[in-house]
Design a protein around this ligand. Structure first.
Ligand SMILES: Nc1ncnc2c1ncn2[C@@H]1O[C@H](COP(=O)(O)OP(=O)(O)OP(=O)(O)O)[C@@H](O)[C@H]1O
Ligand SMILES: [Mg+2]
Length: 160
């Protein structure tokens, strides 16, 4: 189920201005497309869940941390365009029973396989498992492009 949500409160420009917004039930941060920023954004996500009432070791926080970590790592690895940012958006839906996570990068041409179509990682391969983890930890995930210049990989899961 690919539920559309209202656009985040800040437009994705792909410029290197870090932006942070937090309105009730919505969180957006835009960072440079680096591995360091991908690690940072995972911490920011868990911190935001604490603001929303889930301690860092609660299941929703741990799940969100894993999901954001995998999607952000992919954005700065496979979706990286030099000099462009990526963006994390999180929104609580369904009376705060569902957390939706969106990671937008500036590379719409390259896309991951659609849910269910991702090939299984070979037993000894040291990569190719990130989206399998996303599939396992989320209720739904998918990919869409809202503009010709970006794509968004999203997932959502029940937090209650
Ligand atoms: N944001 C993205 N942009 C472009 N391609 C992507 C993106 N995310 C995933 N992919 C594609 O899907 C493949 C599978 O992604 P996945 O996260 O499962 O594995 P990986 O990133 O290659 O390895 P791992 O996550 O285990 O370190 C990637 O190799 C890449 O080809
Ligand atoms: Mg990956």
């Amino acid at each position: 189920m690919n539920t559309e949500i209202a656009p985040p409160p800040t437009a994705f420009t792909g410029r290197s201005d870090a932006m942070l917004t937090d309105s009730e039930g919505t969180f957006t941060v835009q960072l440079p497309g680096t591995r360091k920023a991908a690690r940072l954004v995972r911490h920011l996500a868990v911190r935001q869940l604490a603001v929303w009432g889930w301690p860092h070791d609660a299941r929703p926080s741990r799940t969100a941390g894993h999901l954001v970590g995998e999607l952000a790592a992919n954005a700065v690895t496979h979706g990286r365009v030099p000099g462009r940012d990526f963006r994390l958006g999180m929104v609580l839906l369904d009376d705060a029973r569902t957390l939706r996570i969106e990671v937008t990068d500036a590379c719409p041409e390259a896309r991951p396989a659609t849910p269910g179509a991702a090939p299984e990682a070979k037993p000894l391969a040291d990569s190719g498992r990130g989206l399998l983890i996303v599939q396992a930890l989320s209720d739904h995930w998918g990919v869409y492009s809202k503009t010709p210049y970006t794509k968004t990989v999203w997932c959502q899961f029940t937090v209650t």
